[in-house]
Design a binder for this molecule. Structure first.
Ligand code: SF4
Length: 284
């Protein structure tokens, strides 16, 4: 289920509630838009609008928890992986994490912060008390391709990023995952799997890899890896000794990938009913 919330000042952000057989997870936004400009991402294509406040971040969790409760479920996991780069809004995101933990009672092991590679943020995170999970959106395992897909890599190249990840793991002992959006013919070849496996195994605790077939976005011509290519890539990683999970592509009918719904509503000169429709879109 996806909400599209309109904030003070008119910016819109998305929140996604995902009900699985054994758990309920909410994915929250931390910024309206995003300045990181990853070309394949609908949020990045729309540019940056503003940081969310602590309250705006926490309220997404509160509303999702209420909705889950109304459905007879208990919200157990929060992933800070929605619109925006959480570590670029550190001063508001971390107090929000603390409130979700202390005031709403969710365990730190069920809170996951994602980053596309903001190294100073990862280093700061290493000094905090709560040992949250870290999900690094890697998408490429060599600097040439990563510079292309994830522009922040030019400032914090892989050697710096991997160094910060290793230090985080040593400091916290928490699980770290690499997120990998599979893009057809771009980062889904055997060489890519080998390079990714080298990086995943180079850490003090090997990284778990989450494979996500890319959702198509209006501003990026390439398509996601087809299902057989996804399985082949997972199989290669398996053979290279790396644990990988294929994330199901869910909610295509409600523009569930980050930034898609907000982009669609922006493009169509929105009416109030668009926002209401989005808020009541059926769970998948
Ligand atoms: S992938 Fe994440 S960091 Fe990159 S532009 Fe999109 S929201 Fe920002």
């Amino acid at each position: 289920m996806k909400w599209l919330f309109e904030l003070d000042g008119g910016a819109r952000v998305e929140t996604v509630l995902m009900a699985y057989r054994d758990r309920t997870t909410v994915c929250v936004s931390t910024q309206a838009g995003c300045a990181m400009a990853c070309g394949f991402c609908a949020t990045g294509q729309g540019g940056f609008q503003r940081h969310l406040s602590v309250g705006e971040i926490v309220e997404q969790v509160v509303r999702a928890a209420r909705r889950a409760r109304d459905d007879g479920r208990r919200l157990a996991n929060v992933v800070f992986m929605g619109m925006g780069e959480p570590l670029a809004n550190y001063d508001r995101v971390w107090p929000a994490v603390e409130r979700v933990h202390h005031d709403l009672g969710l365990s730190a092991r069920h809170l996951t912060l994602s980053t596309v590679g903001v190294v100073p943020g990862i280093r700061r995170l290493s000094t905090e008390d709560l040992p949250v999970n870290l999900a690094v959106s890697l998408h490429a395992a060599n600097d040439r391709l990563r510079d292309e897909l994830v522009p922040i890599n030019a400032r914090y190249p892989l050697i710096m990023l991997l160094g910060a990840c290793a230090d985080y793991l040593r400091a916290k002992g928490r699980r770290l995952s690499f997120e990998w959006a599979l893009i057809d013919g771009t980062n889904d070849r055997l060489d890519d799997a080998r390079q990714l496996a080298d990086l995943a195994r180079s850490l003090p605790l090997p990284a778990h890899v989450n494979l996500i077939p890319l959702n198509r976005t209006p501003g990026y011509p390439t398509r996601g890896t087809p299902p057989e290519g996804v399985q082949r890539f997972r199989h290669w990683l398996d053979g290279l000794g790396v644990n990988a999970t294929v994330r199901r592509n869910r909610g295509g009918d409600i523009d569930a990938a980050c930034g898609q719904l907000a982009a669609r509503v922006e493009l169509r000169a929105p009416s109030t009913s668009d926002v209401a429709d989005a808020a009541t879109a059926p769970a998948r």
